[in-house]
Design a protein around this ligand. Sequence first.
Ligand code: OAD
Length: 354
Amino acid sequence: MHSLYDWWKRTSRRSMVKPDCTTDENPRILEGNDLKALAKYMKSDSCRNVFIMLGAGVSTSAGIPDFRSPGTGLYANLARLNLPFPEAVFEIGFFKRNPIPFYTLAKELYPGHFRPTPTHSFIKLLHSHSMLHTCFTQNIDTLERRAGVPANKIIEAHGSFATQRCIECRTPFDAEKIKKAVLSEKLEVPRCERKQCGGLVKPDIVFFGEALPAQFHASIPHLRDADLLIVMGTSLTVHPFASLVDFVPEDCPRVLINLDSVGHFNRKHDVVILRKCDEVVRELCTKLGWEEELDAAWEETKDSLEVGEQEPEETAEDEVDKIAKDLKQTLNVSEKGDEEASDKDKAGDSAEPR
Ligand code: OAD
């Protein structure tokens, strides 16, 4: 059986010669591996189809922890949930046996508490400038939508809190009812209301052991048309999402904006900037002449906080160091497993995030 990756290699436009319209103002490729060269390329006619890949790091400044940052990441702070291992909170098998840890966490992560970040507003600007083709996100916080990125440009690869259903009969469940259950003082695990079902209800978040949305797979071929790929705030450890970086043409500039070095960004036109994404995005917007637009777009996101919600304060990092140490060994085991499996998955169609 041929894999998706094999198919892409056979049909990729990488072998096609693009029309040469190179001029000083219209560079076909990046003239350097920095923000200045990136901004010049983005202002040129060559850069029309921009693809974005997002991970939890783009939402940390909104007050939502990422998963794997030592100390502050979600997986280092779940001791209170008494899990056999941190990822169990998002495992479908574990959820069926014990949904309480997930619902405890869901209360803390529930959308509405958080305001989009300047990075989310930058993606909206790409859309306003008719450059955004698709924003692939692993995040379930819906902050892209709240920032004003149109839904048809977003692929929520790991699902979201936006809809929910019974895990047994798949019957959709009422949004207001689940919200009430999740946010109630006393934890209530919502159950299917269909007669003789009573199955557990779960938001349509992709758990480990579940398939990714069909829309994710259907969107992969479009990456052949990418003129630019910007990857932000992800450890690129979960597949198949992480493999998307390999699906853009060889001559398509790829930009990694992340706190630490991840993945394999060693192509000629790759740019790697290891800093906070909000800072980098602002600098890029200044070079593009979009700084005021960025401020205005971000200002608008103030309204996206639900009534009664406050902007989050800075998260405390000190207390969690001890817990992080305790769980370090467990995390090492699961991350090693990720690495071993990732090469296998790159050549396969597996829709199993790990
Ligand atoms: P991770 O926590 O694995 O990675 C977040 C990355 O963002 C790390 O490399 C951080 O260094 C970086 N980072 C943190 N803050 C940043 C900032 N302000 N600016 C730039 N970079 C920053 O999160 P993901 O890669 O999103 O899946 O995790 C992928 C998947 O693993 C999640 O979707 C989730 C999880 O298990 C499921 O639940 C199915």
